[in-house]
Ligand binder design. Structure first.
Ligand SMILES: Cc1cc2nc3c(=O)[nH]c(=O)nc-3n(C[C@H](O)[C@H](O)[C@H](O)COP(=O)(O)O)c2cc1C
Length: 299
């Protein structure tokens, strides 16, 4: 009833976790039956270890949060040697979110991850607003986005998902460019560039001044962008941004997403992904939907 396909990836259901909000998976094992997730997208992984940005790098906002973590991670070598062995036998799809400051770095990470048998896909993050070099820079210009994707496509032959930024005038132009460069799927949205000011201290709340806004506040923007992109490309679309209930997930599916990712909501309720899977099953039963694919893009 809930099975979906993203290129060559067979997902037990459309519910995936969003990078940077679910660790590597086992951190949530007390709350989530990891085998019941469609996929786990692990933390953004770069060529070398990154400390991330200085604190404070998180701020709560109405119906959302700002973060400026800055791709803190152990680096691809430590991921392959130390973390991969601890997650490779999980009964779900493991997808590595690939970050970087240059096309060479994206390719180097993709090449190393390609060697891992139990990682059938990468999600190429050309949309991080919290790194000084690269990151979102690649995702805001159709030509640069296409260049980065074409280079990774040459070295990576499994499923290549490209994650898009909402911080552009036309997300459709970027989506079409990455499709043309060989992406197998797109996921959207990453965070929206935002800022908060501590008026007592008369300075920005975040050490980086600006950060990425996520959570329920961004959902209508994300649904609109998914709907636009789903009408413009032929490859599968994965939707995310502010999903915290099954009804939220259904909005994205009806807008044209084949699968969804849950991000910030994991911090509020670590078991939320299971409630969303249950809620989708319940919806299908109540509405006589035999195959969830039948409602994808129904709007
Ligand atoms: C603390 C935090 C860390 C994140 N780290 C990453 C990351 O490493 N790579 C990435 O592509 N997106 C990252 N994101 C973005 C999320 O994966 C997601 O695109 C965004 O938060 C919107 O979804 P949400 O509203 O459900 O959180 C991060 C988001 C948060 C809140």
């Amino acid at each position: 009833m809930l099975e979906v396909k993203i290129h060559n990836l067979q997902l037990a259901n459309p519910v995936m976790t969003a990078s940077g909000t679910f660790g590597y998976g086992p951190e949530f094992a007390d709350f989530v039956d990891l085998g019941r997730l469609g996929a786990i997208v692990v933390k953004g992984t770069t060529g070398t270890r990154r400390q991330g940005n200085d604190y404070p790098r998180m701020a709560e906002t109405p119906s959302g949060m700002l973060n400026a973590v800055g791709l803190q991670n152990v680096g691809v070598e430590a991921f392959c040697k130390e973390i991969y062995p601890t997650i490779k036998d999980l009964k779900t799809n493991i997808i590595v979110n690939v970050g970087g400051s240059s096309i060479d770095e994206y390719c180097a990470v993709a090449e190393q991850v390609a060697e891992l048998d139990k990682v059938p896909a990468i999600e190429l993050n050309i949309s991080c607003p919290n790194v000084k070099k690269g990151g979102m820079g690649f995702g805001t210009d159709p030509q640069m986005a296409a260049q980065a994707v074409a280079a990774v496509r040459k070295v990576y032959h499994k499923t290549l998902i490209v994650k898009l930024t909402p911080n552009v005038t036309s997300v459709v132009d970027i989506a079409k460019a990455v499709e043309g460069a060989g992406a197998d799927a797109v996921s959207l949205i990453n965070t929206l560039l935002g800022m908060a000011i501590d008026v007592e201290r008369q300075r920005p709340v975040l050490s980086t001044i600006t950060g990425g806004l996520s959570g329920p506040a961004v959902k209508p923007i994300a649904v609109r962008m998914v709907w636009q992109v789903a009408h413009a490309v032929g490859i599968p679309v994965i939707g995310l941004g502010g999903i915290s209930t099954a009804a939220d997930a259904l909005e994205f599916l009806m807008a044209g997403a084949r699968a969804i990712e849950v991000g910030t909501a994991n911090f509020v309720d670590p078991a939320v992904t299971m409630k969303i899977v249950d809620g989708l099953e319940d919806y299908c039963r109540r509405h006589g939907v035999a195959d969830i694919n039948d409602i994808v893009g129904i709007v």
